[in-house]
Write a protein that binds this ligand. Structure first.
Ligand SMILES: Cc1ncc(COP(=O)(O)O)c(C=O)c1O
Length: 313
């Protein structure tokens, strides 16, 4: 069975409630059409200081408001109310370990048919926060074996990947199911032009001849907060600036290193693509270095990034 967050309290429309009271009706557009936008966010536990930090909360809230703006949603809570909601929710659960959670803003009751459903001024909106502990994954050390999917990435002119909408993950679902059926851990998805977009739930970075390369934000990707953080860390700590440019499929087979990055995946090495080993088939040094930078920053062990943390306690 899949792991679940159903044992933890939920913040629902301004109140922290026990999980059995965290209920939304079948009449909502979120239940019927997956009409919502959300953020996946992490808290990191610092065992020395006994602090729990939310990593990049302001940046996640900013992206959430951008998703709402594109989808013509009326924010049911302000930026500060949602920020307080996160803090209240995490404190109520008394977490003392690493945590992952989702902050979702959803379309409510859309009436019986199409017209009202598409008139945001006539729909109510709501929000919830749910999540729970997330342990360190083996894949961070062992790496993933991925394929290039034959499903193509959704596009800005149809279902914009820049909007972090629940419904976008139909695309990821199709690619991920196919990958697993064929014995892979995950899939890399190409744009209609055959350039690399991203994985099913993460951005992708490649190292070729010492250069760190990742597709630009106009290549059918979510504007990943982890991606941006790592580009900043690479610019600061490596002697070659990172590059944002298109990546061809064949470059994936000759890359020295490849990794996924995102809130859920953190920095996860990719050790083969379509059964072709990446480099020597083991996680590489640049991947390791960036893992180290990200984890130290997110756990409050690097003073340069304390501004990116919100302390729960
Ligand atoms: C499709 C997709 N791309 C990229 C990412 C990484 O984005 P972030 O680093 O903001 O979590 C995610 C995860 O949220 C994702 O679902």
């Amino acid at each position: 069975m899949a792991k679940t967050y159903k044992h933890y309290k939920v913040w629902l429309n301004g109140k922290v409630v026990p999980p059995e009271q965290a209920v939304i009706t079948v009449f909502t557009q979120t239940a019927m059409r997956g009409a919502n936008v959300y953020e996946g966010i992490r808290c990191y536990w610092n065992d020395d200081k006994k602090n729990l930090y939310v990593w990049k909360l302001d940046q996640h809230l900013k992206r959430l408001f951008e998703s709402m703006k594109i989808m013509h949603m009326t924010a049911p809570f302000t930026f500060d109310e949602l920020k307080k909601g996160v803090i209240d929710w995490a404190r109520a659960n008394e977490f003392k370990e690493d945590v992952h959670f989702r902050l979702v803003v959803y379309f409510g009751d859309g009436g019986p048919g199409g017209t009202k459903a598409y008139r945001p001024e006539e729909i109510d909106f709501g929000a919830w926060i749910d999540g729970g502990p997330r342990q360190h994954k083996d894949a961070l050390e062992k790496g993933l074996n991925v394929c290039v999917s034959n499903w193509r990435r959704i596009n800005d002119d149809s279902i914009p990947p820049r909007v972090k909408a629940g419904a976008n993950y139909q695309n990821s679902r199709l690619a991920a199911i196919d990958a697993r059926k064929n014995g892979y851990d995950d899939a890399l998805i190409l744009t209609r032009d055959g350039k690399l977009a991203e994985a099913t739930g993460a951005s992708v970075m490649m190292v070729r001849d010492g250069e760190l390369v990742t597709p630009p934000v106009t290549s059918g990707i979510l504007e990943s907060i982890t991606r941006k953080s790592l580009l900043g860390m690479a610019a600061k700590h490596r002697n070659r600036p990172p590059v944002e440019r298109d990546i061809d499929r064949t470059e994936l087979y000759i890359a020295d290193e490849l990794f996924l990055c995102g809130t859920a995946e953190e920095v996860t090495p990719v050790v083969s693509v379509d059964r072709v080993p990446v480099g020597d088939g083991k996680p590489g040094p640049v991947t390791r270095e960036l893992q180290g930078h990200l984890f130290r920053a997110a756990r409050g062990q690097n003073p340069d990034y304390v501004k990116d943390l919100v302390a729960i306690y």
